[in-house]
Design a protein around this ligand. Structure first.
Ligand code: ZN
Ligand code: ZN
Length: 345
């Protein structure tokens, strides 16, 4: 089968083609796994973190990609949850131990044996992939394959961030950065918390305009003061500046949720500007979001179909994976990027 593989971590500033085309044998599904013929695979910022070593793969070579939509091609031994031909999705969570205290309490995202799709197990930048059947999701009929792919990561993790933001309807919410995940969060908020006002911090005028067009009541720079205090802020930027600068806008007891698997080191100095009395005092909190659970993916897909959320997507061929990654890094084009691999739609 055709695949794009990562053989070692590299700097994208020096190497614009980090993935290599490869011709590999089709993987064999193990017990309780299913083999999937991949239709599309989303391209995510986390792939950049894997390639540049901020969250390095645990095996090389590895096939990246964790927003996979495809059809069940064949079950492994004792796998009976899906039929051949069923359309399924795979998300960032590839598997977890199933036994530890986190797994037993629906927090498999925190499991010590958490395996990530496309980092610790081969992912979807390939014609076929395998996954434990318990970690595959039925995709609601309303979505095309390409529309469903970004929902599996940006959407589901946005949904989890919002869950952790502890919002009630009518509470003000801030979003720092307005990329794939944040713009899906705004759509969920409008559905789940219709009286909540959303304030968007962004560096670029085009993102601010986009946010206001989608219904944000205010959009400005992170250094600016919002016209009202915020109950929660969800940070989706790769930087530290927006975290420190936006904290002053939180109300007492408010919470800032960082939705990023790793922060880049470039502006770490910004942390020295943290002002305890203005930024953290009065029981303000900072919390990270780690991975996702199966429940997040399932509930989010259901809600996305109900709203419905239809992500803007731009398609690339599998062979163009490097181009898609570089364009993502350079933030060239708005909307989600997906690789078109199979013939389905
Ligand atoms: Zn992702
Ligand atoms: Zn576990």
């Amino acid at each position: 089968m055709k695949a794009m593989v990562l053989r070692k971590t590299v700097s994208l500033a020096e190497n614009k083609s980090p993935l290599e085309p490869a011709d590999l044998s089709v993987p064999v599904p193990q017990e309780k796994e299913i083999l999937i013929k991949v239709s599309v695979c989303g391209v995510c910022h986390t792939e950049l973190d894997e390639i540049e070593g901020r969250t390095p793969p645990s095996k090389f070579p590895v096939i990246p990609g964790h927003q996979i939509v495809g059809r069940v091609e064949g079950p492994g031994k004792n796998a009976n949850r899906f039929k051949i031909g069923d359309r399924v999705g795979i998300a960032w969570i590839h598997s977890a131990c199933g036994k530890c205290k986190y797994c037993r309490n629906g927090l498999e995202n925190l499991c010590n044996e958490f395996k990530a799709t496309g980092r610790d197990a081969d992912g979807g930048y390939a014609e076929y992939t395998t996954v434990p059947e318990e970690y595959a999701y039925k995709i609601p009929d309303i979505f095309s394959d390409a529309e469903a792919a970004p929902l599996l990561c940006a959407g589901a993790i946005g949904f989890r961030s919002l869950r952790l933001a502890n919002l009630k309807d009518g509470d003000n919410l801030g979003l720092t950065g307005f990329g794939a995940s944040a713009h899906l969060v705004l759509k969920i908020v409008q559905h789940q918390y219709p009286n909540t006002k959303t304030f968007v911090f962004s560096r670029t005028e085009s993102e601010r305009t986009f946010a206001k067009n989608l219904g944000a009541v205010w959009a400005g720079g992170t250094e600016e003061e919002t016209p009202a205090k915020l109950h929660a802020i969800i940070d989706t930027t790769p930087a530290w500046g927006p975290v420190v600068e936006s904290l002053k806008n939180l109300e007492p007891g408010g919470r800032l949720v960082i939705n990023a698997i790793r922060k880049e080191e470039a502006d770490k100095d910004a942390l020295l500007k943290l002002d305890y009395s203005g930024d953290l005092w009065m029981e303000k909190e900072i919390k990270s979001v780690a991975n996702i659970t199966r429940r997040d993916v399932e509930e989010f897909l259901r809600m996305a179909a109900e709203i419905p959320i239809r992500p803007e997507v731009q398609e690339y061929r599998l062979e163009e994976a490097n181009k898609a990654l570089i364009e993502l890094k350079e933030r060239k084009i708005r909307g989600a990027k997906v690789l078109r691999i199979g013939p389905f739609s």
